[in-house]
Design a protein around this ligand. Structure first.
Ligand SMILES: Cc1cc2nc3c(=O)[nH]c(=O)nc-3n(C[C@H](O)[C@H](O)[C@H](O)COP(=O)(O)OP(=O)(O)OC[C@H]3O[C@@H](n4cnc5c(N)ncnc54)[C@H](O)[C@@H]3O)c2cc1C
Length: 404
């Protein structure tokens, strides 16, 4: 596998073990069928609990069954999963960084005990509801509302409220869209404006998907990220008890801090997708002969290998540096934006080059580059589009915000 500047030498035994476990799991359990799942538009749900048993969901967290592995080990894990398919890494990212992380960071003791072991083991599936039909890049404009559901009643017929077993909780209304795993989730972390409180602050709620008034329709006909389930979350007078609010965070820093965790994993994962494209192109071009010998001998092709290997190596170095900063608590969200922005663009560009290096065969599902390329269109867009990360960096570099 491409490791041009010998990063392997700096890995601990535990980091190598985690990476190799993920690599082996992917090769044996997922890679053989991933193209079929991609064509069918399905996620291999039978591996969800196996991934949990192997410790693939938020292993960098501490306690509640999580082993607290190094940030580099976590990154390497994301890299190996996305070398197979971005849908696989998305599963682990959402479950770990977007669902387990906020419960771990902002949840009550009871929420942690109820959900973290089950999510970590893959016995329960979570999803993260931030994006709305009318509010994607600017989630702070969200329209999803929560109101306090007291016995006096604020949002519904008072007699109904008194009868509700969840009186003294909240009533949620609104719609989320483009939510990874919502159709197969047991619980959703839903971000909503709590209109009963001064200033209508954004708050996080744990919403079990079998509650009355919750629907999670699947989004069909995606041409990207096909081996991943995506859907909506429709909330129609959904009552949740008081204990379902995430008590320890108020405002947009709640969802944004989750996104920083997930973007960190994406910065690593994208390198894995690019590496798989490189390896596929190298194997193909050293085997395939035209004009009496392997195509890889031609200078035009070698220039592509040189550029691809260089770009992957630079992105790898950025990811490794991020891990060190994160480990010592110095990582800034803007640095994560730089890595997400750069590494995903790099992967998308190199997937396209790898696809062309495979000629006609490159457009089939027999080879990974076109699948990666198509997936990376989503990765380029979600968790903050490439443009939005440009603006985040622009503000950090100039002190001038383009958002307002
Ligand atoms: C497969 C998939 C899975 C997803 N999973 C989740 C999930 O689990 N949870 C979740 O909450 N969301 C999820 N998302 C949603 C994703 O985060 C949003 O699609 C993304 O934030 C962009 O929002 P949008 O699609 O509404 O695009 P828009 O915000 O409408 O943007 C459209 C275009 O305009 C550009 N643009 C917008 N504002 C500006 C500006 N100020 N300056 C310059 N250009 C701008 C954007 O860069 C983009 O190119 C997922 C999306 C996909 C496709």
């Amino acid at each position: 596998m491409l490791d041009y500047v010998g990063l392997e030498a700096d890995l601990s035994a535990e980091e190598k073990l985690i990476r190799d476990t993920a690599r082996e799991f992917v090769a044996e359990e997922v890679a053989p069928d991933i193209a079929d799942h991609y064509e069918a538009g399905t996620f291999p749900t039978d591996i969800i609990s196996e991934m949990g048993e192997l410790g693939f969901y938020a292993p960098n967290l501490e306690g509640y069954g999580s082993p607290n592995v190094s940030e580099r080990a976590y990154g390497l894990l994301m890299q190996e999963l996305e070398a197979c398919d971005s849908g696989l890494r998305s599963m682990a990212s959402v479950q770990g960084a977007l669902v387990m992380y906020p419960i771990h960071a902002f949840g009550s003791e009871a929420q942690k005990e109820e959900w973290l072991p089950a999510l970590g083991q893959g016995e329960a599936v979570g999803c993260f509801g931030l994006t709305e039909p009318e509010h994607g890049s600017n989630p702070s404009g969200m329209e999803t509302r929560a109101e306090r559901d007291s016995a006096e009643g604020t949002s519904a017929d008072p007699s109904e409220v008194v009868a509700s077993e969840d009186a003294d909780g909240f009533v949620l209304n609104g719609e989320k869209t483009w939510i990874t795993n919502s159709p197969i989730a047991d619980v959703a972390v839903v971000w909503a404006k709590l209109t009963s409180d001064d200033g209508s602050p954004v708050r996080g709620f744990l919403v079990e998907t079998d509650r009355d008034g919750v629907e999670t329709p699947k989004i069909e006909d995606k041409l990207s990220m096909r081996a991943s389930v995506t859907g909506g979350i429709v909330l129609d007078d959904v009552r949740v008890p008081e204990e379902n609010i995430l008590p320890d965070v108020t405002g947009m820093k709640g969802p944004l801090s989750c996104l920083t965790q997930a973007r960190y994993g994406i910065a690593w994962g994208a390198v894995g997708a690019a590496r798989d494209c490189f390896e596929t192109a190298r194997e193909y071009q050293t085997d395939r002969e035209q004009f009496g010998g392997p195509i890889a001998r031609f200078q035009i092709q070698q220039e592509k290998f040189a550029e691809m290997a260089t770009q992957i190596t630079l992105a790898q170095l950025l990811a490794y540096r991020l891990a060190d900063l994160k480990e010592r608590g110095d990582l800034r969200p803007q640095q994560v934006s730089m890595a997400k922005r750069n590494n995903v663009r790099m992967a998308r560009d190199q997937a396209r080059v790898a696809r062309e290096m495979l000629g006609g065969n490159g457009i089939t599902t027999d080879y990974s580059p076109m699948r990666h390329l198509s997936n990376l269109e989503t990765v380029y867009t979600y968790e903050g589009t490439h443009d939005i990360h440009s603006l985040i960096l622009g503000e950090d570099l100039t002190g001038l915000s383009a958002f307002s």
